[in-house]
Design a protein around this ligand. Sequence first.
Ligand code: MN
Length: 314
Amino acid sequence: MDLIVHHWDADGICSAALIARHLAKKDFLNASPPVGDYRLDERIHMLIEKADSIFIVDLNVPEEVEKIEKSTVYFDHHIQSSIDGRMVRQINPAVSGERPASCAIVVSTHINTWNAETVIGTAGDAGRFAFAIPEIRGTMERLGMSESQAVRLAELIDSNHISGNRESVERAVKVVLENEWRDLLEYEPWIRQIEKIEWEVERTLSGVDGRGKHAFLEFKSSFNIISRVAKVLVWEMGFDEALVINRDFNGKVKLYYRISKESASERDTGRIISDLRATGISAGGKDDVVGCVFESEMFEQVMELLQLHVRWLD
Ligand SMILES: [Mn+2]
């Protein structure tokens, strides 16, 4: 049995579907890590034990893949160095300095098959930038797929992980394989899932505590909507800064601090990120956003640290 372990997003799901179809076998199994968790968990390790050969797809976990002691093909497009697992064949043009927009492009290039999954996966990772890529344009013209259809399909597939649902993420690979892309646009479970996400975002936004130009928002949700909520507060509702905290995302705390582009120069997000990391927390971000996940016992410590940088929190 072949096992395909893939990222939970549209690119990961589409890349897994491309591989499964290429294998042209019925007896493959696919699995995704818990949504939001970049690691191979116990369940995936058990599946690896039972599998004959393994594909790891669009998952930036090279240290873990390196340790797999079974015939493995590792497709990825994230920036990573070359790995030296004896049993692992790494197919990642980023190792030699290229920057493929999606893992689906890496897979399609390798198997020389470009189709709807390549387009959707790339639209998922790169948004409208995908449509500037000649191979993607050509594939869309051949299929008769419009830009808005490609974006909508990526949104439908991404609704699986945004609703925090690992089972539906895993089921999505078969749904993609068993349906024409045109029919996926009408796929009811995903359309309903998007509606639920919209409601959850609205419900969450109704709890905002606006403090002049600053927004503070604390909520609890199993949906992975925090980055979306922070963007709406700053980009659409006009707050200069937003601190958004999900107090219970699968038992952990998820925090996003977003600043408008205009105010980004006034805050040293790089410093906030390095201070958070110094406490052992997994944190990341860019000029205008800081994101982190931590155990709830750390909450007071994190808030105290943030107050040193973000005065309006006092
Ligand atoms: Mn990707």
